[in-house]
Write a protein that binds this ligand. Sequence first.
Ligand code: SF4
Length: 337
Amino acid sequence: MRPDERGLIHRDTSRSAPVPGKEQLASVSKPLLHKELHIHSYGQYLRRRFGCRVSKVNVDAGFTCPNRDGSKGTGGCIYCNNVSFSPRDTQSAIPLKEQLAAGMAYHRTRLGSEKFIVYFQKYTNTYASVDVLADLYRRALDHPDVIGISVGTRPDALSAEALELLAEVARTHYVCLELGLQSMDDAILSRINRGHTLDEFLGTVQRASGHGFDICAHLIYGFPGELRSDFLKTAALIASLPIDSIKLHQLHAVEGTELAEMYRRGEFVPLSLEEYVSTAVDFLERLPARVSIQRLYGSAPLAISVAPCWGLKNNQMWFAVINELRKRGTWQGCRVE
Ligand code: SF4
């Protein structure tokens, strides 16, 4: 047992399973893993499935969230300021077609992407009548280079009608349902004002599986009072569920949130970069290779970023985690497969 820089006591889980040595890396057959990255990246998954470079294009379709408008809660999750996870050109006042054109042009030029997935990211993108959803999804798909949609939502905001609609879209296009879990600990979910429980997440995953679309789970590490050993159990939970990909990021505070106020009052002590990277790698080592990795860090515009401020660009954050895997000579799933 050891105290970390936040004074929290963690069980040392680093010896809970044998870590393969570097010499084993070359001999293990791991067709899903990227040889250089040591993980099953989502980009690689899309390339394998669609035969070309595919990018996600974020759009803001003007939704709100039941955890903000009072129907489920008010104030939202304590870390939520949607500006922090929305690119500049995605504002609901801009017509969907223009948002898409700008996003596709950006990814074509910057990454050479040939096909696109329209990502309904901001707020709760199933929180409307099924007619409104059907119209939005149809307009998003109305471009020859758009192969599908990715829809971010809450576990308690997927109606039977919305689920049926996504299943229908999935018969002709790629669909990914992105469900925010964030933590598997109900006490943490309550403290961060998520407004749903682990059971609600599990129930929604069960309802959504088997309909021909992918399911992605969103996770955060670094909540006040969260034990590293407890967070690592999330890998086993994900492994036990029909979840196809994950997004993981560190808890970070941005302006305009309760978390930023907690930070100023000393009630939120952010993770160090080293602790986050080391825990993310411990997590990846416990996550089966069949689950692809969409994200490994969180970022926010500098102007609203409060803490932690690690001073790294997005690709440096990504490679901080990847390089730790390489340094250890381990890979995604090496402790469980
Ligand atoms: S569910 Fe998402 S959009 Fe709603 S308050 Fe929480 S983080 Fe914000």
